[in-house]
Design a protein around this ligand. Structure first.
Ligand code: M6R
Length: 618
């Protein structure tokens, strides 16, 4: 995790851009932050805490004016969050910021200690600085150091480093250039008339440029104020492709909302409209840009979905959607488990990886394992050019714009929609579905915008805020659902535990009597999904079981379900819709519920403790 932003400008002070870039990257890590600029002695400033703490420090103790600098916001892996462990780290002539993990740092550190190197922090990243400095010393012994010499040293260090890294580096005797390298940690270059940038993702500099180079595995190189050079892992110079990104710079701001999470919840109506319009042609052709042929789509015996967290819940709902629409068996697995059980996959399997960021290490690892075993992989992903997009045969890009709140909300909606579209495409290819049914489904999806907007209305929101207030200090939450509502129950529980730190579980309603019923007490809140559908009567029975044992019952249902309404302590009404989209709608009130419980409890909603948005470590 961690966020890197670095820039070389032709003129002007780089510090405001670095601090603003860190603010945009704070979702990647937020326990400490620091920066270094190109000035005499490569001055460094670091602060434990948030980027605002670094900004305050810079007011008190400014660095000299400089147009070149590197900066970092940290999510601790090795060493506690502290000033000394925060980046940049220095060794000899090298000052660097690192995202990733140096797996063999202990072994390397041992050998450097024996050689007399001193370390001040507990981090693996300081060892990276030392590793590079040692290689630079050897190069300097061969010839005067120039940029190519730095690349040679960096290349040698990369060969010795095990693990993942995104790096931005200043070298004291080569001023004016920032060197970079990436392996299994994302890094992009930004290109503008003002200068050049290196960043962990585009959001860091979206206010400055929309032109990016998405670096590939093993790429390294340098930027200066007027040029850049990218090399492959064999140090051959490469022509990197500059891609224009049309994301709105405002989308990385809060647009007047108190929290990104609330803003992102409320964008879900637009996300639906954008996703549908960008993934269907004017003639209602579904996913016109998706490159995997109909013949190929017909050739699989099974689809295996791999993902983590919220994306996994989208996949679990996706299983219902795909099996029903395309008549193909679907398995769903935690990406983090899949790779460690020698999965039985092969040529007749299609792997569908789902990820908002496209950088989740577990998901990437699962796809790699499946591909090694001969499976074809495709993805649903929100970030063009991400590591996941590069790994798979083709990607359905979700159109929800940058998602910044650590709790994923609008990405879930976009992922479920993408699965619907993919299911229609596979259903057509496998002749499970005709034109007429396809058009019907498309119309249902389009029409669901009205129901989404109803759920996003201020009346619904204030009602859920009241319910949240009432139960914010209960200690246990169970979210119950059956069928396609079960993944929604799991997602509701994940949202709540993630941002309010309450114990919450998503459970299949029918399973309560097989154990968890023993837990029910007056301190438990049960949120039951009792909408339409064939399982309604069964869920009603399960609601009675918990109610008679004293749990507080919050029920999501529609006006027609009188028995559910009577049984409930509190009701959240959802519009009655086609069953195809009902589960997707049910997630919205649960997102609001989590948000308002967290707000009531005074939690840090966009940056929950111990978490980060993009989980690039296993
Ligand atoms: O970027 P990804 O979709 O691959 O991320 C997967 C999970 O880490 C993510 O969904 C996580 O569970 C969210 N914080 C949940 O809100």
């Amino acid at each position: 995790m961690c966020g890197i932003v670095a820039a070389c400008f032709k003129k002007g002070d780089v510090v405001p851009t670095l601090v603003e870039g860190l603010r945009c990257l704070e979702y990647r890590g937020y326990d400490s932050a620091g920066l270094a600029v190109l000035a005499s002695g490569l001055p460094v400033r670091k602060a434990k805490g948030r980027v605002q703490d670094l900004a305050a420090l810079l007011e008190e103790d400014p660095v000299p004016h400089s147009s070149v600098g590197i900066a970092h916001t940290r999510w601790a892996t090795h060493g506690v969050p502290s000033k000394v462990n925060s980046h940049p780290h220095r060794s000899g002539s090298v000052v660097l910021v690192h995202n990733g993990i140096l797996e063999n740092f202990e072994e390397l550190k041992e050998s450097f200690l024996e050689g007399g190197t001193e370390f001040v922090s507990e981090t693996d990243s300081e060892v990276w600085a030392s590793l590079l400095d040692h290689e630079l010393t050897k190069i300097r012994a061969e010839a005067p150091l120039d940029s190519l010499g730095v690349m040679k040293a960096l290349n040698r260090a990369m060969a010795k480093a095990k693990g993942s890294f995104g790096l931005a580096i200043l070298v004291e005797d080569l001023p004016g250039r920032i060197f970079f390298a990436r392996h299994e940690s994302p890094l992009v270059l930004g290109i503008s008339d003002k200068g050049h940038y290196v960043a962990s993702d585009v959001q860091a500099v979206l206010k400055e440029t929309h032109d990016f180079i998405y670096l590939l595995e093993g790429n390294c190189g340098w930027i200066d104020d007027s040029s850049y050079q990218v090399f492959d892992r064999d140090l051959h110079p490469i022509e990197a492709k500059v891609e224009h990104l049309d994301w709105d710079a405002e989308s990385v701001g809060k647009s007047g909302y108190d929290h990104f999470m609330l803003k992102e919840i409320e964008e879900q109506g637009i996300v639906l409209a954008n996703t549908l319009s960008s993934t269907t042609s004017s003639k209602d052709r579904i996913l016109p840009d998706f490159q995997v042929s109909e013949d190929t789509l017909r050739s699989f015996d099974r689809i295996v979905i791999v993902a983590c967290g919220t994306a996994l819940h989208a996949g679990r709902l996706g299983r219902f959607i795909l099996e029903e629409a395309a008549g193909i068996p679907v398995d769903v697995d935690f990406a983090s488990e899949f790779r460690y059980r020698n999965p039985l996959v092969g040529e007749r399997d299609l792997i569908l990886a789902i990820s908002q960021s496209g950088e989740t290490a577990d998901t990437l690892g699962a796809v790699k394992v499946a591909r090694e075993k001969g499976a074809t992989a495709v993805a649903i992903c929100n970030v063009r050019g991400s590591s996941l997009c590069r790994l798979v045969a083709d990607t359905i890009l979700t159109q929800c714009g940058p998602e910044i709140g650590v709790a994923s909300t609008k990405a879930f909606t976009a992922q479920v929609l993408a699965i619907h579209l993919f299911a229609m495409r596979v259903g057509m290819a496998r002749r499970q579905m005709g034109e007429e049914e396809l058009l019907r489904r498309l119309n249902v999806l389009r029409a669901s915008r009205t129901a989404i907007e109803t759920l996003l209305s201020s009346e619904v929101r204030s009602h859920i805020a009241e319910v949240a207030k009432k139960y914010a200090y209960k200690s246990v939450y169970f979210f119950l659902g059956r069928g396609p509502d079960y993944p929604i129950a799991m997602e509701g529980a994940l949202k709540l535990k993630e941002i309010s730190y309450l114990h919450a579980e998503g459970y299949p309603a029918g399973e309560m009597k097989h154990g968890p019923l023993a837990l029910v007490s007056e301190d438990m809140v049960v949120v039951a999904l009792a909408g339409q559908g064939e399982t309604y009567d069964k869920v009603l029975g399960n609601m009675q079981e918990v109610k008679t044992r004293g749990a507080k019952l919050v029920v999501l249902t529609n006006t027609e379900k009188k028995e559910a309404i009577e049984l409930a302590d509190d009701v959240i009404l959802v519009p009655r819709t086609d069953p195809l989209v009902a589960p997707l709608l049910h997630v919205i009130p649960l997102q609001y519920l989590a948000y308002y419980v967290a707000l009531e409890r005074g939690c840090e909603i966009d940056k929950p403790r111990n978490l980060a948005k993009s989980v690039t470590v296993e």
